[in-house]
Design a protein around this ligand. Structure first.
Ligand SMILES: C[S@@+](CC[C@H](N)C(=O)[O-])C[C@H]1O[C@@H](n2cnc3c(N)ncnc32)[C@H](O)[C@@H]1O
Length: 380
């Protein structure tokens, strides 16, 4: 039996056991956690190719090294505020961002104390270590992988590119004018989606959103919510004493996230670079993610004592003079044109430039570090 089929069967059996132990139904977020992160079996925890060329989906650092270099240029001003800044990267994928970002800091003469990586996937951690080992000793010696959130908070910045979209989420739908929770059940021994009466907590949270966006959700409207987001945010933000947190991800402000024409929700599955509708397909072998509700991120951050330093599109954030100069430095015309094409993919509004947003949060530092870019800010 090939390894892919074997892994899928093992995941299916694990899910069946969990469903049987839970009176025949598990919520979507538990299903998601199992198929994405179950040690050794889940999508992120197993050895499948996943990110970048030949994988299931790609991310900005995998498209162009100038993404990471441009972010380094943009974050220089946040690092130089501190005497001995450290960087924490959450969810480092194949390690490509760290590799290029660290090289760029070295080239621009920015001294850092340490570069910490917090990674949930043992498989990706191995790949990151392998890539980082190719950096000069003076740089790679600064990189440390965190085993837990137990460390003294640092001054500096935390960076998370496309991590929130990979966090678990609940799915809900409106049935007979009631908010129902979507989950997974067993029908004739096969996995199937099914709804259940929502918990009071889920009903209250969705009710609050409905008031905020001033719309009663229509019959059949289906969407997502990250109910445990605050807990996750509290954990990672506890690593920062004074400094900034930069989140880049695809998503919307709340009124757009829950827009009536997004009546099927914001979840997306990818298998070998193709969009798949059904989250029950290719178990453990397809990526599942959902857009970020940036209003949730902003509200949570403010509640946890941060201020919003910047909220803009990825296109606007990358398009600054210094980043563009980086491309000008490429000698060969052919290579330069090639890189410009890749950067266009990251910057153009009809590609990743608009749907991907950048949010920078600050704590214990001065405000308005991005005043000029904030004029192009989206309204939260
Ligand atoms: C979509 S990938 C993005 C990877 C990388 N940042 C990039 O841009 O290529 C999501 C990454 O977040 C990691 N991840 C997901 N949940 C996490 C968590 N709770 N803590 C740390 N890493 C997490 C995944 O293992 C993976 O490395």
């Amino acid at each position: 039996m090939n390894a892919e089929i074997e892994q899928t069967l093992m995941l299916k059996q694990l899910l069946k056991n969990r469903i049987e132990q839970s009176d025949g139904w598990i919520p979507f977020d538990l299903f998601f956690n199992t198929i994405m992160y179950e040690p050794g079996l889940g999508y992120y925890s197993s050895g499948s190719h996943k990110i970048g060329e030949g994988g299931d989906f790609t991310t900005a650092p995998e498209i162009s090294k100038y993404f990471s270099k441009a972010i380094a240029r943009q974050t220089n001003r946040l690092l130089t505020m501190h005497a001995e800044p450290s960087i924490i990267e959450v969810g480092a994928g194949k390690g490509t961002f760290a590799f290029e970002y660290l090289k760029e800091l070295e080239e621009t003469g920015i001294e850092i104390n340490r570069y910490y990586i917090l990674e949930i996937s043992a498989d990706l951690k191995d790949r990151q270590m392998q890539l980082i080992s190719g950096l000069p000793k003076s740089i790679r010696d600064k990189v440390t992988w965190l085993e837990s959130l137990e460390m003294d908070p640092v001054d500096g910045i935390l960076i998370a590119n496309e991590v929130i979209d990979a966090l678990p989420f609940k799915r809900f739908t409106i049935e007979n004018e009631q908010i129902c929770e979507l989950g997974i059940t067993l029908t004739n021994g096969e996995l199937e989606e099914a709804t259940k009466k929502s918990s009071k907590r889920l009903i209250d949270e969705i009710g609050l959103i409905s008031i905020q966006i001033d719309r009663k959700f229509e019959e059949g409207f289906t969407s997502e919510i990250r109910l445990d987001f605050q807990k996750w945010f509290r954990g990672i933000s506890s690593l920062i004493n004074r400094g900034s947190m930069l989140f880049i991800d695809y998503g919307y402000v709340r009124s757009d996230f829950y827009r009536a024409d997004r009546s099927k929700g914001n979840m997306i599955c990818h298998y070998q670079n193709q969009v798949i509708e059904d989250p029950l397909q290719n178990l453990g072998y397809q990526d599942i993610s959902a857009s970020v509700d940036f209003t949730q991120l902003a509200d949570t951050a403010i509640e946890e004592g941060f201020f919003i330093d910047l909220f803009t599109s990825q296109g606007v954030f990358l398009l600054n003079e210094e980043s563009l100069n980086l491309i000008d430095d490429i000698d060969s015309n052919e290579l330069r044109i090639n890189e410009i094409q890749k950067l266009k993919q990251l910057i153009m509004p009809n590609q990743m430039g608009d749907i991907f947003k950048c949010m920078i949060l600050g704590k214990g530092i001065s405000r308005d570090n991005f005043e000029e870019l904030n004029q192009l800010t989206h309204t939260l």
